[in-house]
Design a protein around this ligand. Structure first.
Ligand code: SF4
Length: 175
């Protein structure tokens, strides 16, 4: 066999391996089988832009935004660690914030989002009640920022403090 054929075979084998690796990575990420239109990763693309909602003063980057076969955009948030029996409120609100960011940046309002935990997935409907909770929470955060006083801790779970981004400045942490 000529060198050219060996090269072609080698490239085909390489393509097959890359395809298998990408399929495995996608399966692990928990993404449904749909087109990915936004991904907060620089593994196969330059890092995507930060999404902004000027009205609510929200900025953020969803883990993924997918487009279903019907053309609907859906935010997907991938969580690691413990899979809770019910999604945490903070995760529901985070997903609702991404729904809002998609509405402001892609001119389409998602009806729901997906929370993917290692052993469970939840479909979170973006109901008017959840949208209201998001707006109320943002207003409370602004009030707290103005008052410069940390709110009382609302849980007794040391593991949450252990992985919290505010533990360096929080005077109520449990670990
Ligand atoms: S470190 Fe503070 S802010 Fe973070 S989870 Fe614990 S109590 Fe809450």
């Amino acid at each position: 066999m000529s060198n050219l054929w060996w090269l072609v075979l080698l490239l085909l084998a390489l393509a097959a391996v890359l395809l298998a690796l990408s399929a495995r990575k996608r399966k692990r990420s928990g993404l449904p089988d749909a087109e990915t239109v936004y991904a907060d990763t620089d593994l196969w693309q330059p890092l995507p832009r930060v999404l902004l909602d000027e009205d609510l003063g929200l900025v953020g980057k969803p883990d993924y935004v997918i487009r279903t076969r019907q053309g609907s955009l859906i935010p997907v948030e991938v969580k690691t660690g413990h899979s809770p029996a019910q999604p945490y409120d903070s995760h529901r609100l985070q997903l609702a914030a991404y729904g809002r960011l998609i509405a402001s940046n892609f001119e389409q309002s998602p009806k729901y989002g997906l929370l993917h935990y290692p052993e469970k997935d939840f479909q979170i409907e973006f109901t008017p009640q959840l949208q209201g909770e998001l707006i109320e929470t943002l207003a409370r955060i602004r009030q707290i920022e103005k008052g410069r006083k940390a709110p009382a801790r609302s849980h007794a779970v040391p593991a949450r403090c252990a992985s919290c981004g505010y533990r360096g400045i929080c005077d109520q942490k449990l670990t």
